[in-house]
Design a protein around this ligand. Structure first.
Ligand code: NG1
Length: 390
């Protein structure tokens, strides 16, 4: 048996795919895979509610129809073939207590867990770094050009901690969550399906950011931020920007306004650079236990995702407002947006009141789906590589 948790991203949205640091934490909800190696290359997996899938594990796999969960199994098999070579298949059963299409990285958790099952069946050991080479690439097989945040958080988070994830090279620093801080993941009841229109919209945001970068003649956002986007970068949020920081220089010198960016490119650029700054500030706020500042940063992040990058929806905006009216210190959409969940931050002692407030202000006005998936207490749990028992 292997398992991999979902994650909630606390802050740092739509920037991991540009190589900028993000701050998620692993949830205690997970996908579990019970498996048994086979003698041949057949992969057979069954999941309650999703049915059974089977295929031969060959080195080059083609995708199943879009939206079919078999794609995640194929993506895992493909990732393993690319990095370690194909091997014997498995008979597997998959169970989950992680809501799907909620922005909680259930698809990445499935891919992580199934990859670990295939490696286990073939008695192969893999390091965090090796897995991080293989997994984000493999998910692109499914059609989403995502970043590596979800896989890193699902693999290597530490109990009681948020994970500051940096890229190029991949690294994860555990940041202890203050004991009296509470997080709730609340579903806006609009599904954030990753196939279809939301996938196109996600990929378009990524492309707009990359196009803005190319027009500015910069190699990467990291280069532009002068190493910022890693927390040690020159563009620290809580200190005045030092002279000589390339991003600040280009902004002050109005390079940006003289470059002919489309409005989508300008918006993506503005969101990405400001969000990188908020991640840096949020990490220091968490380390100092400054809950008021942390909450404000979450709200600023939501405003940028709503108004600048435009990946929110009315349901998520209403949910965030309802959380703030109910005593939260901050709230924002989490994950790609277009539906799914918001993360709500409050003092732990205020959480019962926040829940009640959300039930009255938000959920009483919408059709009830499943109370178990509407509001989830987000306690920071361990990643797949640091778990005692799957
Ligand atoms: P969700 O919405 O949880 O699948 C996606 C990406 C992340 C990140 C966020 C936006 C995948 C697998 N995940 O998360 O890498 O880019 O959107 O911050 O593509």
């Amino acid at each position: 048996m292997v398992s991999a948790p979902g994650r909630v991203n606390l802050i740092g949205e739509h920037i991991d795919y540009h190589g900028l640091a993000v701050l998620p934490m692993a949830l205690r909800r997970r996908i579990r895979v019970a498996f048994r190696p086979r003698a041949d290359n057949r992969i057979r997996a069954v999941s309650a509610g999703y049915g059974m899938r089977e295929f031969d594990w060959t080195p080059e796999l083609s995708p199943a129809p879009a939206g079919d969960w078999e794609n995640y199994l194929r993506a895992a098999a493909q990732a393993v073939s690319r990095e370690w070579g194909a091997g014997v298949g498995v008979d597997a059963a998959v169970i989950s207590d992680l809501p799907a299409a909620a922005g909680l990285a259930s698809s990445s958790a499935l891919m992580v867990a199934f990859t670990l099952a295939l490696l286990g069946a073939n008695r192969r050991r893999a390091t965090f770094e090796e897995l991080m080479e293989a997994l984000p690439e493999g998910e692109q097989f499914v059609g989403t050009r995502g970043g590596g945040m979800d896989h890193a958080a699902s693999l290597a988070s530490r109990e009681g901690c948020a994970s500051l994830i940096e890229f190029d090279p991949i690294g994860l620093r555990a940041i202890r969550v203050p004991e009296d801080w509470g997080f709730l993941v609340a579903h806006c009841l609009k599904m954030a399906e990753k196939s279809g229109a939301a996938r196109e919209a996600y990929n378009a945001r990524r492309a707009a950011g990359a196009a803005a970068l190319a027009r500015l003649g910069a190699a990467s956002f990291r280069a532009l931020l002068g190493g910022g986007g890693s927390v040690g970068g020159c563009w620290q949020a809580d200190a005045p920007a030092p002279q000589g920081c390339p991003l600040v220089a280009s902004l002050v010198g109005q390079t940006l306004s003289s470059v002919n960016l489309t409005s989508d490119e300008r918006n993506a650029f503005e969101h990405v650079t400001s969000e990188a700054r908020r991640v840096s500030a949020a990490v220091s706020a968490m380390e100092r236990g400054d809950a008021a500042l942390f909450g404000r940063l979450l709200l600023e992040s939501h405003a940028s995702l709503r108004d600048v990058l435009q990946v929110s929806c009315p349901e998520l905006d209403r949910l965030v407002d309802a959380a703030m009216q109910s005593g939260a210190l901050g709230a924002r959409l989490t994950g790609a947006g277009f539906g799914g969940c918001a993360v709500v931050f409050a003092a732990k002692r205020d959480m019962p009141a926040v829940r009640q407030g959300l039930a009255a202000r938000f959920y009483s006005k919408t059709p009830v789906v499943d109370p178990d998936t509407q509001m989830i207490d987000a306690e920071p749990g361990p990643g797949a590589l640091h778990m005692e028992m799957p």
